[in-house]
Every structure is written in structure tokens, then in C-alpha cells.
Design a protein around this ligand. Structure first.
Ligand SMILES: [Fe+2]
Ligand SMILES: [Fe+2]
Length: 289
């Protein structure tokens, strides 16, 4: 059973990470929809705006409530995020609220003096309920997109496996908030979290492998190696995934920097690879908690 203080802190820790992840999924989906499916792109645009709105609320409400280790983990934004957003907006024409990234830099960490009032608890509970209802809608949208594509009724420029991957992340976020609403700890380094994130890490490596330019042979081999590394961890979750996760994070950082500096080619939006980098950093933090 979480104390009131833990409930508030863990809710914000999770929202600051996951709300950005959700709004970026909306951006990636929108960027990958062909002109024939304009309505779907508009729907993705609405989800982006709604998640940006929720993220703005979470940022404002969370100051003084975020665990210091979360602020230090490079999972909320990285040193590349602002620039990755600028370039991605330029490439896609999709508006990205970069002000949120600047605001995130000023979030104050939780201290023993942060006062867990009943009113703050109610505020957090309302935010959690809002997030949950938005997540239900978004996972419904992702599921129907995946369904349409897997049955070949539409084709987007996202792999079918990537559509399913982002659906799984929405479901994981729903699970996390549901735990919190039941005053249960969503956990750090648990078998359940390892199973989920080892799978995500493997899929990231394979997605990057497939999005690199055919001329990037060396990077392709590295991405493939990480995919296999995490496949073997999926088979054996008792093995410590911390070192492989750190290595994969470093690889993603190299690709992020390479895309921003135009030293790596491929059909990878800079914000897409920065997003994968943050998810690896989030996993590393869970493994270290
Ligand atoms: Fe994601
Ligand atoms: Fe992911």
C-alpha cells in the first residue's frame, strides 16, 4: 500500500515520462499516414494536442514532487530533445510544443519538505483519471490502426510491428496508472517490468535496424546484435539486463547525435530515435531502483 506521499510522487514520476511518450507516438503516427487517410492524421493530431495539454498540467503540478533520480535519468528529455523536436517539426510540418521541453528543465525535485496534503492527493487523483480516460481512447485508436494495417486495408509508413509496439506501451501506461489508483507500487526492477522492457528493447533495436539507410552496414550489424542480445534476455529474464540496456542506450545516443548532425542516414526522425533513447534510460532507472 502506497503512502499518500509515495502515491503523489510516483504518479508524477510516471506521467512526466509517459505523457511525452504518448504525445510523440501521436506525432510519429501522424507523420507516417499517407494523404489518402487524412482523417486518421487529423485524429492523431488531436491526440497529440490532448497529450501535450496533459503534459503541461503534469509539469505545472509536479514541481516539488518528482524523485531526484527521475530528473537525473535523461528519461524526461535528453540534451538532444529540443533540437530533435526542431528538426522533426521542420521535416514533417507537424507543430511540436517545444516550450514544454524548456519547462521540464525547471521542475523542482521532491524534498522531505514537500507537503502531501489531502488536496494535493485529490489533484493527482483527478489527473490520473483524466490520463486514464485519454489513454483508453488512444489505445483504441492505435489498436484500430494496427488492425487496419495488419489486414492490409491501409498502409502507413510505420511498420505493423511498430504500431503494435506503441499499442503495448499505451497498455503498459494504463497498467501503471491503474496500479497507482489502487495505491499499489508499479515497481522498479521486477520480473514483470523486465519482461515488458526486454521485449521493447529488442523491438527498438530491430526497428532501428530496418530504418537505417542500406549503406549504413556497420550500424545495421550493431542494431541486429542488440536485437539478438535482448532476444536472449527475453528467454532468460533472471539474467541482469542492466549492462545490455546501458550499451543499447549508448548506441541510441550515437544514432540520435548522428541523425541530428546529419552523419547517419536512414528514415529515422531525430525525435523518434531520441524517444527510443529516453525509453532505454527509463528502463535503466527502473533496473537501478
Ligand atoms: Fe515509445
Ligand atoms: Fe518503445
Amino acid at each position: 500500500m502506497l503512502s499518500r506521499e509515495e502515491y503523489i510522487r510516483k504518479s508524477f514520476n510516471n506521467h512526466l515520462f509517459w505523457l511525452r511518450i504518448m504525445k510523440e507516438h501521436a506525432i510519429f503516427i501522424q507523420s507516417a499516414i499517407p494523404p489518402s487517410q487524412r482523417q486518421l492524421a487529423q485524429e492523431a493530431e488531436r491526440f497529440k494536442l490532448q497529450f501535450e495539454h496533459l503534459l503541461a498540467s503534469a509539469i505545472i503540478q509536479s514541481s516539488g514532487w518528482v524523485s531526484p533520480e527521475v530528473l537525473l535519468a535523461n528519461e524526461l528529455f535528453t540534451r538532444y530533445t529540443d533540437e530533435a523536436e526542431r528538426i522533426t517539426q521542420q521535416y514533417t510540418g507537424i507543430q511540436i510544443n517545444r516550450n514544454l521541453t524548456n519547462l521540464e528543465a525547471d521542475i523542482e525535485p521532491w524534498t522531505a519538505y514537500s507537503n502531501a496534503t489531502g488536496r494535493k492527493e485529490q489533484e493527482v487523483s483527478a489527473l490520473n483519471r483524466n490520463v486514464l480516460s485519454q489513454l483508453e481512447a488512444f489505445s483504441h485508436f492505435k489498436n484500430s490502426l494496427w488492425n487496419s494495417q495488419v489486414s492490409c486495408r491501409i498502409m502507413t509508413m510505420l511498420y505493423t510491428a511498430v504500431l503494435q509496439h506503441v499499442l503495448h506501451e499505451a497498455e503498459e501506461y494504463i497498467k501503471t496508472v491503474t496500479y497507482l489508483q489502487n495505491r499499489q507500487d508499479p515497481g522498479g526492477d521486477t520480473l514483470e517490468n523486465r519482461n515488458f522492457w526486454n521485449n521493447q528493447m529488442s523491438e527498438h533495436a530491430k526497428a532501428v535496424r530496418g530504418l537505417l539507410d542500406p549503406s549504413e552496414a556497420e550500424m545495421f550489424v550493431m542494431a541486429d546484435r542488440y536485437g539478438k542480445m535482448f532476444d536472449s534476455l527475453i528467454q532468460d529474464p533472471a539474467r541482469d539486463p542492466l549492462e545490455p540496456a546501458i550499451e543499447l542506450s549508448e548506441f541510441k545516443e550515437t544514432v540520435t547525435r548522428g541523425r541530428i548532425e546529419c552523419k547517419i542516414q536512414g528514415i529515422i526522425l531525430p525525435l523518434f530515435i531520441d524517444h527510443l533513447l529516453r525509453e532505454a534510460n527509463h528502463y535503466i532507472r527502473l533496473l537501478q531502483s
